[in-house]
Design a protein around this ligand. Structure first.
Ligand SMILES: [Ca+2]
Length: 225
């Protein structure tokens, strides 16, 4: 049956409207709801983040030890690197957690900064769990000191761990996504971090609201007078 045939046999409702007329009247409402549902679906997808499973960065993809590493090397995975002192440097040896590389700063000068972003972008993101290993190549690990601090998006402390000796496993876990930045400070030379592991990077709630609102208004289009 064609559309024309359908219109010619239109069913009349008790109020005298044809279904065709009702459809026309309901269309803007339905369209608006569809856009809203789509916007919410996109927001849920954003909150769910990509990828769905945990991400591991082992620094073993860098070709050579003793070389610098680009701060945006793992941007596609949702991480921007930084340092507060001398440049970042790839270190390596049999002592790493995953062979052959680990990440530190030149001469242990300054801190390694891990900042979470939405994968492939520079938009701030947060995670609910992050962990890595502090590894050392010194024969006297008791000489090693280090500290790790976590911060939320506002820059407020979200936890800290300090050790006065030895290598160790560092983990931060929260029941809600809250960790935006992690700072690892080697307080002596001869150590590095390895096997950075984190769960899904998601946007901050404000970003989700703004994106959802923008998607809604763009998709809805200009209002008709
Ligand atoms: Ca490694």
């Amino acid at each position: 049956m064609s559309n024309e045939e359908h219109d010619s046999t239109a069913v009349t409702t008790p109020r005298g409207n044809t279904w065709s007329e009702l459809t026309t009247r309901l269309c803007p409402f339905a369209r608006g709801n569809a856009v809203a549902i789509a916007a919410v679906a996109i927001a849920v997808a954003l909150m769910a983040g990509v990828p769905a499973n945990g991400t591991v960065i082992d620094f073993d993809d860098v070709p050579a030890q003793g070389q610098s590493i680009a701060y945006d090397r793992y941007k596609s995975a949702g991480v921007l690197l930084g340092s507060t002192g001398l440049a970042l440097e790839i270190k390596g040896g049999s002592w790493t957690n995953t062979l052959p590389n680990a990440l530190g700063t030149i001469d242990g000068n300054g801190s390694v900064v891990i900042e979470f972003v939405l994968p492939g972008t520079t938009m701030p993101g947060v995670v609910s769990t992050v962990s890595f290993y502090i590894v050392t190549w010194l024969s006297q690990p008791s000489a090693i000191q280090w500290a790790v601090e976590a911060y939320d998006l506002a820059g407020n402390p979200a936890g800290s761990i300090a050790r006065t000796s030895g290598p160790g496993f560092v983990t931060f876990a929260y029941d809600h996504a809250d960790i935006h930045r992690v700072v690892y400070s080697p307080l002596a030379n001869g150590q590095a971090m390895d096997t950075l592991t984190f769960d899904t990077v998601v946007p901050e709630p404000v970003t989700v609201l703004l994106l959802t609102g923008a998607i809604f208004f763009v998709a809805r289009g200009p209002r008709r007078s």
